[in-house]
Design a protein around this ligand. Structure first.
Ligand SMILES: O=C(O)/C=C/C(=O)CC(=O)C(=O)O
Length: 191
């Protein structure tokens, strides 16, 4: 299921990224401090990072998503300076690499454990879900009209996870206001 959603989400994301005109890469994205270029660079390096988790599951050799706290930020900042045509190619390439690595996992490897960048120990089966969140949510950042195209089951899984995490972040009251349609409380971006 997750792999199917990942493939559908990736296909849509690549369409959106391919359709971005060059000047848009320098424009602000909905994420504080990030341009569209930063966002596209993040999507590329996130595929690479999740690919390292897939390699970990395949080999048993610990290969974390990022080497230390600064790597993610440094990669994104450097990536955002690349020419849009280069970034577009990289996003496509790393998405295909991630798909290839995941497709090669055996049943036993899928059930092995890996550790995410947030320190969560998860089954490798969760790797495609981590990518679904990225391509679906950031796809909406790049082209806001994408939500209605996703299956209800995917949206339910996403919303349940967001609700749990927002509660954990102390945002219960703001969330209740938004979900009851009573207050347009400003909530910071979830992802
Ligand atoms: O949900 C988690 O445990 C980890 C999520 C991330 O590391 C987010 C990314 O995938 C990323 O920032 O590249």
């Amino acid at each position: 299921m997750y792999l199917t959603w990942m493939r559908a989400g990736t296909e849509r994301l690549l369409e959106i990224v391919d359709g971005l005109e060059e000047p848009r890469f320098a424009e602000p994205s909905p994420l504080p401090g990030w341009t569209i270029g930063h966002l596209v660079a993040h999507l590329h390096f996130n595929a690479r990072a999740l690919g390292r988790l897939a390699s970990w599951a395949a080999t048993g050799v610990e290969t974390p998503m990022y080497d230390g706290a600064g790597q993610r930020e440094q990669e994104i900042s450097a990536g955002a300076t690349l020419r849009p045509v280069v970034l577009k190619g990289l996003v496509r390439e790393s998405a295909a690499e991630l798909d290839g690595l995941l497709s090669a996992l055996t049943d036993e490897q899928w059930s092995s454990s890996v550790v995410t960048a947030q320190g969560r120990t998860v089954s490798a089966e969760e790797i495609p879900w981590l990518r679904v969140r990225e391509v679906v949510v950031h796809g909406a950042d790049l082209d806001g009209d994408t939500w209605a195209q996703w299956p209800e089951e995917l949206l339910r899984a996403l919303v349940v996870e967001i609700v749990e995490q927002r509660f954990a972040r102390g945002q219960a009251a703001a969330l209740a206001g938004v979900l009851t349609g009573r207050s347009p409380a400003p909530l910071p971006p979830w992802l």
